[in-house]
Structure formats: C-alpha cells, structure tokens
Write a protein that binds this ligand. Sequence first.
Ligand code: GAL
Length: 356
Amino acid sequence: MKKTLALALAAVMSLGLLAGCGPKEPANNGGSTTNPPSSASQPQGGDASSIPDAPAGGGTVGVCIYKFDDAFMTTYRNALQEILEGKGYKVTTVDGNNDQSKQNEQINTFITQGVDALIINPCMTSAADSIIATVKAAGVPTVLINREPTAEQMSAYDKLVYVGCDAAQSGTFQGELILETPNKGDINGDGKVSYIMIQGDPENIDAQLRTEYSVKALKDAGIEVEELDLQRGDWDREKGQTICANDLAQFGDQIEVVFCNNDDMAIGALQSIQAAGRKVNEDIYLVGVDALDAALNEVMNGNMTGTVLNDAVGQATAAVEEMEKLLGGATYSAGNQSVYVDYVKVTPDNAKDFVK
Ligand code: GAL
C-alpha cells in the first residue's frame, strides 16, 4: 500500500515539476468547512491545479485520541474510523488514556511502523511543540484535531494542519441561549444573573474560551452577572453531577444559570438539579456544548435550556479532506494552518434535526 502511494506521489510530484508550478493558491477547503470571521483564512495548500487528491485507499493512517473515555471524542473517533475505512485506508486508532507520555510513545510507534499520515488529538495542548517537532523530524503529514495549538507553533512544520472549531463561538452561543429566555436568565428578578460555571479541562482552549465567551455574551448585552462558583469538571459527567450537587446545597435558589463547558457535564448537572427538586426552564437554566444525543433528548424534553452542536462528523470529514491534501503533496503556510467547522446553536425548535 505504502509503496503504491509513494509511487503515485512521485508521479504526481514530477507532474507538478513538469508543469513548473510553484506554490499558488490553496486547495479548496472543502464543502463542510468554514472559517470564522475572526481568523478567516483558507489553508494554503500545494498547487491544487497540478496536484490531484491522493488516491483513495492509498495508505495507512495512525489516529491518536487523547482518551477513549470521553463522550464527544467517542463520536468523533467513530466518525473518523468510518470515513477513513470507507475510503479504503488502513486505520489504527489508539487510546492515550489522557497521558501525554503514553501518547508520545504511540506517536513514535506509528512513525516506526511507517504510517503514511497521522491524525492526532493531543492529550495536552502544552505538548504541541514536541509533537510537532517529532512528526516534522519523521516527515509524516499530520492533522491535529480538537486541541488547537498557536499559529506560531504550527508554523514550524508545513505538512501540518489543525482542524477544529472556533471555541469562542460556542461560548457566545451558550450566552445567547440564556439571553433568549423570557427573563434573560434573571429568574428571581434581582437585576443580575447568578450562575455557576462547570468547566472542562482548564488547560484546554475550548474550556477557556467557552467559560469566557458565554459570560461575555451576557455582559455585552448589558446584563449584570454574578459568578457563584467556577470549578473544573474535566468534561466528565460524574464530576459535573458532584459539582452541581455541592453548589445547589451551598447556594440553593440563588443559582439561576448552570453553564457547562460540555454536554456530558450538563447531563450530570441535570441529575443533581432534578434530585434537588429544581425544574429546568422554570426555576433554573442549564446549557451545554456538543449536542450529544442524550443532551438533544433533554433539550427536546425541556430538561436542558439548550446546547451547541460540536459537529463531530463535519470535523472528521474535514480532517480526512485535509489529510488527503497533505498526502497529495499540499503544504500549508504559516498563519494559514487552521480549518474551522461552524458550531450551531441548538434549541427545542431545531434539536430534532441533529439526532443521529
Ligand atoms: C471539546 C468537547 C468536550 C471534550 C473536549 C476534549 O471540544 O466539547 O466534550 O470532548 O473537546 O478535548
């Protein structure tokens, strides 16, 4: 397989040379991807006119997931596996168990095995430099997913691209979901919105930006806010449940809004809300992110105020598209190495459209 691909690439590259092509405009981003206005940029690819897509089924792909025991990343990795296998790639997906040193070994093993491409969901954002140095030294085309490094970090390697979402957008949508309620989140009418924030892993940019932008949307709309508590729940349902139970015991009716950085924690929080005899959308609001099926059901039942679609299939599709551009010889220029898929605000009106 690998040999065939190498031969195909050699042929493609000589075609490119014959055509006398230097770097030109990027290959198209692909149908499902869009760039957020803040950082709008098309990835710079190789010469799309002279470098065709890599032949489907032309190689082996190593996929590193930060941990299998994560609800959203489970949907994402299943989508990746299905798309890649559907295109005839030989895929191996490994579980990093949220341990960066373990994932580093897995990356090295894939490199030793001679994979044609890597798709990596880093365990820690802070490991980006060393991951990028490793794949660059080995010359393996790499798509990073889900944890966005800085543009500067990515600029170290031109066969590297990031596929993800603009995390600030998901936070803004969460704030808007609260603003769209009849009392704009101020259930007790005291002139301010009192909330608790159940955060994901704070090392993760998604957690940082959702925390910041959900509240910013309220403030930007002129709403006074009061943070009763902010705690890390590490994206985990049980932690979400425990944090929310403790906060309900401590703050009781003062809590008007429960912001959760993801749905799994929101589902946990809902269990505590119900156990405390509170009723979502009547005496408390609850929002998450991801649009897991369980959360979509709760939105439709009125047990969650809303959520935000984190498009796993769209991101997996874009990741494979970018991988194929890299396999086809494309390179990316500094500052143009991120591809974003849009988030979508989910309310009871449109929730059913997203059930898988
Ligand atoms: C986020 C997602 C979380 C969790 C996290 C892992 O985008 O919303 O549920 O999967 O990624 O990094």
